[in-house]
Design a protein around this ligand. Structure first.
Ligand SMILES: [Zn+2]
Length: 80
């Protein structure tokens, strides 16, 4: 009786473990397009925040992809 109960418990636990594992789908592998902000006339820096201090003086701000900015020699702004 006791052994049967124990076996059943292990069986239930195995189902819940395997079931739980199958529902975990890694979503971090999906590359999300990141956008950055640049001020073309104010140096080769890209900014992660639109309201960054480094962009305050810039009159014209352009939104670009991070890939684009890196390709065109832009370096990340240390302020944001
Ligand atoms: Zn900045």
């Amino acid at each position: 009786m006791n052994t049967l109960k124990k076996t059943a418990l292990i069986f239930m636990a195995t189902i819940s473990i395997s079931g739980g594992a199958s529902t975990i789908v890694p979503t971090s592998s999906m590359a999300k397009t990141r956008y950055v902000y640049i001020a073309p006339k104010h140096g080769k820096k890209y900014h992660l925040a639109k309201n960054c201090r480094g962009l305050r003086r810039a009159k014209k701000i352009q939104k670009k992809t991070l890939k684009w900015a890196k390709k065109h020699g832009y370096k990340m702004c240390r302020l944001g």
